[in-house]
Design a binder for this molecule. Structure first.
Ligand SMILES: [Zn+2]
Ligand SMILES: [Zn+2]
Length: 238
């Protein structure tokens, strides 16, 4: 960048200083692309030991490459969950909830970038990005569909080709109320694929993975429709 560009950016910064994505506070010296104020700066997951399959936190004392009791009991249909942001971090949680429930669809792009930056591997070998389908009633209430927006953003970032092949066959009770085993029953048979797949590797895209039951049901549906390896890509694991 030449001196002219630097001078121009100084003028732009003076007239239009960077503001925190989430709260709009001025963010001196934090850069222009993804400014987050000190309170809302996103941090990735720390070195907590998490399940190699579903990314759930492991009880203390288990090794870093272990599988949780749930996955040992019944292996999920997905190969693993990549969810780089720390849901326990108040800043990450605030941004994710604002995107998911607070009408802040503008947070999709910076959150998708944080997701991409938090992945340990290089360019993705995965060729399909399949969003977890939302309840139509929720899309109506929000005016947008967070997993579909994320998949579109990740496609722009060159992480694969978007393919919205999953549909909800029936509404399922909202997450959070029933216990995990009941929830697994709730989502069984709740999805179908509208396309046959030919062994493609798939990123199943969701905003937040809660119990993993929805991701498991979607991954099972994709595998039955002919997908190869299915990995789950989410902002965070709750
Ligand atoms: Zn802020
Ligand atoms: Zn697990």
């Amino acid at each position: 960048m030449g001196a002219g560009w630097t001078a121009l950016m100084e003028v732009v910064g003076f007239i239009w200083p960077p503001r925190c994505w989430l709260c709009g506070a001025g963010t001196e010296g934090l850069g222009r692309r993804d400014p987050w104020c000190a309170e809302h700066r996103l941090t990735g997951r720390s070195g907590d030991a998490t399940c190699v399959r579903c990314a759930a936190e492991l009880p203390p004392g288990m090794g870093p490459r272990s599988m949780c009791a749930g996955c040992r009991r019944r292996a999920p249909a997905f190969a693993r969950v990549a969810a780089p942001l720390a849901y326990r971090d108040p800043a990450a949680r605030a941004a994710i909830l604002a995107f998911k429930h607070g009408g802040r669809r503008d947070l999709c792009a910076p959150l998708a970038r944080a997701l991409g930056a938090g992945l340990s591997e290089g360019p993705s070998p995965f060729n399909l990005l399949v969003p977890v389908p939302s309840h139509p009633s929720r899309i109506l209430a929000r005016g947008y569909d967070p997993p579909a927006l994320l998949a579109a953003e990740l496609e722009l970032a060159g992480m694969g080709q978007r393919a919205s092949v999953l549909r909800r066959v029936r509404a399922t009770p909202p997450q959070g109320s029933p216990g995990a085993p009941a929830r697994r029953g709730n989502v069984r048979g709740a999805f179908r694929s509208v396309a046959r797949l030919g062994g493609e590797a798939v990123w199943l895209v969701d905003d937040v993975v809660a119990s993993g039951a929805t991701a498991d049901a979607c991954a099972r549906t994709l595998r039955e429709a002919g997908a190869g390896r299915v990995e789950v890509l989410a902002l965070a694991r709750a």
